[in-house]
Design a protein around this ligand. Sequence first.
Ligand code: B12
Ligand code: SF4
Length: 526
Amino acid sequence: MRILLLSMPDSFEHTPAIAVRMPNGALGSLAGNLDPHHQVAIADLVLVQSSVRRTVEQLIDQFRPDVVGLSVMTFQRATARRLIALIRSLQPDVRVVVGGYDPSLAPDAWIQPDVGVDVIVRGEGDVTFRELVRAFEQRQPLSAIGGLWFRQDGAIVKTAHRGVARLDREEIRPPNRAARVLAGYTMMGRRADVVETSRGCTFDCSFCSIIEMRGRNFHRFPIARVIDDIADAHARGARSIFLVDDNITLDVERFEALCEAIITAGLNRIDYLVQGMTAPLAARGATLAPLMRRAGFRYVFLGIENVLDADLAFLKARAKNSRQQAGGRVNSALAAVTILRAHGLLVVGGLIVGNPDDRRESVTANLEFARQHVDWPYIQHPTPYPGTPMTRDFEDRGLVVNRRLEEYDGTTAVTRSTHLDPEEIEFMRWQAERWMKVRHLPAVFRHDPMFVLRNGRRMLAHTFRGTTWRSVVGLEEARDVFRRYRGIRRREREYVDWPDPLEGAAGSDEAEPATQPHRPERVGAS
Ligand code: B12
Ligand code: SF4
């Protein structure tokens, strides 16, 4: 069968597509786990943000897929609906399958007939999708395949729950990067790729979707498999690799062993990015941080979440972000940041501001921490994604004020606190963050001077969207710039020039004309 896998073009404020365009890890894994006789094409649409419709039309025309699979996050839901409608108009009989976080955690949103989805794959998809495609090919019933919702005779059939895979038994085969048909992956000018070393997490932070998605568990790929996977990415040109594990720092000994294995394999000239918790990095940083540096790690995305105890407690992130000391538990953010930076690692600081009881001072304290201690701010607002405990808390307290899911991108405040309006929370973050980002430019220049020379102006223009000469010379207020920036961002969200089949219904009320940024693009053979 011919299978086309798509990830959505919608990108995130803190990883602008000018500088960061990474492959979607799910699609490579799905492709690698299909039976080998199928023809598979992967198109990460973030690579063609300025020509999504044209690219999809070309792909459908050239490839004539039997099955199209889309990977969707919640804020990408409306884009996915438009794409499905476009694809159906081009090839009405194609089978449309959706998977990933939003279809898994909000399947009800995907079953309306107008949306045009045939099958929803819930949770981990590698084995489920393989079995699904086999069943399509052999015209077998889908009811025996665990982990699906599908349409049959006008009704929705839900099949048995499917547990997560044990990764140490070769149940999950390596990703198939050869299936990618678009070019242009980058991390600030270096060819970028993603690699998984483990899946899952045993914590239960209230804002995170992982527990509802997979349950509380942690499974590790064998280190030899990870090294082969990194070598494969490297052989295909990757010079910057994001380890997309949910929480690699759950097992620090294994992480250290991985660093050693990377060094032994001579793969330590690659730049690595990883995300981790503050507590183990603070506790073990004295040995771990220098080892990470030797292995090539450059950026550490730290889930600091919040520097105030009350907020950490609300986010249920206290256990992973504090450590026991004489006199009680203390927040481990500062210790982790300090040790990482002392060893030459750059810290991407993940913070969440605008929690239910936040006052101006609480937001300011977190912004001030970021200003002083992180290299790149990754500050978000609490966002009520489907199925998270935090969503229930915000709903119960009547604090969700924005139901336009395309704005659930993490940097749009869609909830208010009991003391602050969402606009005020977002304004405070936006105003502080832009200057923190500017401060990071020299570090990027030292590492990738050509990239900065070529793109520095566009990166600054992106960071300061909405600024005009009038605002620079003080003839306009910062709030005017902020309003203009929000208008620009609203227009940027229109990635697909095709109507939403649920237009007018809740969650799709953006009606601005499409204006598009840039993007290199190429449609090649599969
Ligand atoms: C790595 C990661 C990133 C990387 C992405 C790198 C990349 N290009 O892949 C970065 C840091 C850039 C990122 C950014 C964002 N992320 Co993120 N990210 C993750 C993380 C940690 C792992 C995702 C991953 O790659 N896993 C490995 C792959 C193999 O697993 P998977 O994606 O789950 O795919 C499996 C199944 O879902 C399923 N599946 C997936 N797609 C499909 C499609 C089909 C057809 C089928 C059949 C099956 C299927 O099968 C796959 C294989 O088993 C998750 C989870 C977590 N613990 O926080 C969050 C997560 C996915 N991110 C999330 C969000 C919200 C974002 C941001 C909006 C803001 C943010 N929090 O940073 C931005 C937006 C990104 C963008 N598009 O611009 C949310 C999504 C919530 C939701 N309901 O939509 C998550 C769940 C975190 C959370 N808050 O709970 N993210
Ligand atoms: S530690 Fe990270 S992956 Fe685990 S529940 Fe918390 S935010 Fe999610």
